[in-house]
Design a binder for this molecule. Structure first.
Ligand code: NAP
Length: 273
């Protein structure tokens, strides 16, 4: 159990998923987590569902905490940093999950030598299966990174990357659940097209994705090798593969990740000083 107090600014999807994950791993007790959030309903829900502290004031939450986790939209980061700046000191750790916003932008905004860590989780944090990447800013210590790793490991797996790769992470795994939802919706529709009920098609599509992912994770094989295993001569898989290649599935995915990465860096560039 850690002894630090954590303020999560922004009690939306990601903020609440992180609060819930931290509580489930018992890394912090409810009295050591505070959510700061404008909406009264969300404040009430955080208190009743998780027993954590909550406030309408970002400044109050940041003043109370040792670790301030920013989980607001990139577009309002600048405003929130202005609010909490008076209480930010070098002994407080600031962690941001905002897409595109760099540690240098945050450091400049809060001033001093406040340690900053940038993280990019994904929405699977809600079920504690997130893929997160973290990177330190100029003043963050190995101990700060350890704290951030604990937080994000409470909702899934964590990798360390250099900051110049954070937009790439945002394009791949930060945005990644959306690609998978689209693929699953397509497979489910396909199942219905070939005569299955919607329920059966969904169930089979989801389990096929989980099983195939687990196979890759556990065998550590390259996906191409596993693809070779399931494509028997003249069989169904090689016919389907031909169709996927003809329609450019892989090129589509590469394009999507590339535009999402570019969009992430644009969001950072748009942020006002
Ligand atoms: N969701 C994802 O898949 C995902 C993945 C990786 C990273 N992220 C990052 O996580 C951050 C939050 O995303 P999200 O999906 O959790 O968005 P969200 O559900 O919209 O949560 C943002 C929360 O911030 C609150 N908020 C708005 N203005 C505020 C203010 N001035 N002070 C404090 N809180 C304020 C919002 O309240 P209201 O609803 O009342 O406006 C909302 O509850 C973003 O920066 C995003 O880039 C998200």
């Amino acid at each position: 159990m850690n002894s630090k107090k954590i303020a999560i600014i922004g009690g939306g999807n990601m903020g609440m998923a992180l609060a819930s994950g931290i509580l489930q791993t018992k890394w912090a007790t409810p009295d050591r987590i505070m959510i700061a959030e404008p909406l009264k309903e969300k404040i009430d829900k955080a208190k009743s569902a998780h027993g954590i502290k909550a406030s309408h004031s970002n400044l109050e939450a940041a003043t109370w905490a040792d670790v301030v986790l920013l989980s607001v939209k990139p577009q309002i980061m600048s405003h929130v940093l202005d609010e909490i700046k008076p209480t930010m000191k070098d002994s407080k750790l600031l962690i941001s999950v905002a897409a595109g916003v760099t540690t240098a932008q945050i450091e400049k905004k809060v001033g001093g030598k406040v340690p900053v860590i940038r993280a990019m989780p994904n929405i699977a944090a809600v079920v504690r299966e997130a893929a997160s990447a973290i990177c330190p800013g100029k003043y963050a210590t190995p101990e700060d990174l350890k704290t951030a790793r604990h937080i994000f490991e409470s909702v899934g797996i964590v990798v360390d990357v250099d900051e110049d790769l954070m937009d790439a992470v945002t394009g791949l795994s930060g945005t990644g659940p959306m690609y998978v939802f689209q693929i699953l919706e397509g497979l489910s529709d396909a199942g219905v097209k070939v005569g299955l009920s919607r329920d059966t098609a969904n169930t089979l599509a989801v389990q096929t994705l989980i099983g195939s992912s687990k196979l890759i994770k556990e065998t550590k094989e390259h996906p191409a090798k596993l693809k070779d295993l399931v494509t028997s001569p003249g069989g169904t898989a090689i016919s389907a593969l031909h169709s996927l290649e003809r329609n450019g599935l892989k090129a589509m995915l590469i394009d999507a990740v590339e535009v999402a990465s570019k969009r992430s860096s644009e969001l950072g560039a748009q942020k006002k000083d």
